[in-house]
Design a protein around this ligand. Structure first.
Ligand code: 1DF
Ligand code: MN
Length: 350
């Protein structure tokens, strides 16, 4: 690679990338096997890993290779893009498509592998703890183990078999996350079977749109279920500029109040605060896959400068030009440092 292709490290801030995916080789093989077995009825999984798991097109083949590498290629890519530090998390759907026992074991093994990589590159990586929501009480125990291993938060790849963390059966996970002061990154996956069809039939189920629609709804379900009233110290993170929620805040507040006060739904209950207040007080947003100055500034203005941070979404969106675009934002160095470094340092206690 020619030198002029390298983006130099900045002396004004450390660039910390906060939604960076990895996967053990064995997990990639398990995804391919699960797809080929035709025993798992999940069109979203088939759409995602039927493609990324085996396609020989350049993009999926490169993604597979980069996902499994935690050493030379990944560090070289970070160096070339001027990324100082990466928060690594198990790629979507993580362990959330396997039976309970398999998922619990896989989460634990992948956390151990990630810990070893962090120990090899402690100045470049930190990690998020993978959990199996299929076993909420065991997930809470794994969190405690992860905390002791130095993990900085939790990765959850949205729904598990069409079930959402708004269901109280998952709340031991929130309880443990709050008690251990570990933020939960709610990362997308493809929508569940009963949501995906109108998107899938026209190719809109994945990262182009379906991911965001499903994950934004998941975050809303967590808010409207009263999770943050029950766990007032809980902190969460969502990518892709907040999965569109910042742009919706006005209408969310108006309509939530309108429906609750007219008792329209048994399931939509009064909350202590406005929907938008929970976003401002409990959610940090990352720029993963959305290196777009107007959206970043809007979120900084509406959610808070201390709640918007940088992410690249490696290896799915490894575009060095994005870092240059972010460097060139019409924004003070102080605020750029918050975006690239300070918010992540605080959220993940780096
Ligand atoms: C894609 C994008 C796939 C993201 C991902 O995990 C993912 C993609 C399987 O481009 O298909 O995490 N993303 O976060 O935008
Ligand atoms: Mn991602």
């Amino acid at each position: 690679m020619a030198d002029q292709d390298l983006i130099p490290f900045s002396d004004k801030y450390k660039r910390i990338a906060t939604e960076e995916a990895w996967a053990p080789e064995e997990l990639l093989k398990m995804y391919a096997d699960l797809y080929n077995s035709k025993t798992y009825d999940d069109p979203g999984f088939d759409s995602l890993w039927g493609f990324y798991g085996s396609s020989m097109e350049p993009r999926p083949a490169t993604v597979r290779r980069k996902l499994a590498d935690l050493d030379d290629e990944r560090i070289a890519d970070m160096d070339a893009a001027g990324i100082d530090f990466a928060i690594l998390s198990l790629t979507s759907p993580g362990v959330q498509v396997f039976d309970r026992d398999t998922a619990v074991t896989l989460a634990r093994d992948s956390n151990d592998m990630l810990k070893e990589a962090i120990d090899r590159h402690p100045d470049r990586y930190a990690g998020l703890c993978a959990i199996a929501p299929q076993a909420p009480e065991l997930a809470a125990l794994e969190l405690e183990r992860c905390k002791n291993l130095g993990f900085r938060g939790i990765i959850n790849n949205s729904h598990t078999f069409g079930e959402y963390l708004s269901d109280p059966k998952f709340w031991p996970i929130f309880e443990a996350a709050e008690a251990m002061d570990m933020p939960i990154y709610l990362h997308p996956t493809t929508p569940p079977k009963n949501m995906i069809e109108p998107m899938l039939e026209v190719g809109l189920d994945g990262a182009i749109f379906g991911f965001g629609a499903e994950t934004g709804m998941h975050m809303l379900r967590i808010i409207t279920a009263g999770v943050f009233d029950r766990f007032p110290k809980l902190q969460m993170i969502i990518g892709h500029m907040g999965e569109a929620l910042p742009y919706w805040m006005y209408r969310l507040d108006f309509m939530h109040n309108a429906q609750v006060s007219s008792h329209r739904y048994e399931t939509l209950k009064p909350l202590q605060k406005k929907v938008s207040d929970y976003l401002k007080e409990h959610v940090t947003i990352t720029s993963s896959g959305m290196a777009w100055e107007p959206a970043i500034k809007f979120a900084q203005q509406q959610i808070g400068l201390d709640r918007v941070m940088y992410a690249m979404d490696y290896p799915y969106q490894y575009v060095k030009q994005e870092v240059t675009d972010m460097d060139n934002m019409d924004m003070s160095d102080e605020h750029k440092k918050m975006f690239y470094q300070d918010v992540a340092t605080k959220v993940f206690k780096l």
